[in-house]
Design a protein around this ligand. Sequence first.
Ligand SMILES: Nc1ncnc2c1ncn2[C@@H]1O[C@H](COP(=O)(O)OP(=O)(O)OP(=O)(O)O)[C@@H](O)[C@H]1O
Length: 249
Amino acid sequence: MRLRGVTKIYGETRAVDGVDLEIPAGSFYGLVGPNGAGKTTTLSMIAGLLRPDRGSVEIAGIDLARRPSLAKRQMGILPDRLRTFDRLSGRQLLYYYGVLRGLKPAVVENRIGDLARAFDLTDALGRSVAAYSAGMTKKVMLAGAMIHSPRLLVLDEPFESVDPVSSAVILDILQKYVAHGGTVILSSHGMELVQRACSGVAVLVGGRILASGSVDDVRDGRTLEERFLELAGGTSAVEGLEWLHTFSD
Ligand SMILES: Nc1ncnc2c1ncn2[C@@H]1O[C@H](COP(=O)(O)OP(=O)(O)OP(=O)(O)O)[C@@H](O)[C@H]1O
């Protein structure tokens, strides 16, 4: 996956500002940055959900702007805010994810069973997704992102709201996927998890990449969290909230 000069501007806000990034096939790549840094905007442009104002996105050598259908076929995506067709049951949702990706119904049925077992959703498949918890919704959408065995998974905060057991299962699934040649790019606020699981990382601050490369190179002898705090502005002294310490009762 290759980004060249990718830029997105909303009015006065340069949400993503000339990002260059190359992620080799078979990488497990983390995109980290403070709130509002441009992670979701960047991932949405990689996924083809948002069009860059400038720059280009290439997926498996395919230019996303020139051949969008072919490029999108290579990807499975977990979008921000979990917008989905939540009046469907989990089984129906996964079924549509599969057949809309061109799989035969019998193949989809088999894969739904396998994914539901892996993500511990078997008992929930008959219920409407609107009635799922946040973590269950994330898991069913992650299962949907994988159902057509894409080359690249673009995952916006896949571990947020997911319980520790399910997180470990998801991590294991993703690591095996990468070990077999798949590529993952995910955003996360979990520095410890990114340091432990990812091979590469990019630190995005104010729409720009301040550091990128292998996790060990980026953290440079410190923990990723320490390096992140240094790059993202650190723990500046909080002033102006003294009134919070004078209780009003
Ligand atoms: N649709 C939009 N219209 C206007 N501004 C937007 C829009 N989407 C994002 N922005 C702005 O672009 C910037 C980057 O937002 P983005 O959602 O990409 O950040 P993020 O790194 O994913 O943040 P978080 O960690 O909080 O999820 C922010 O300043 C945000 O307010």
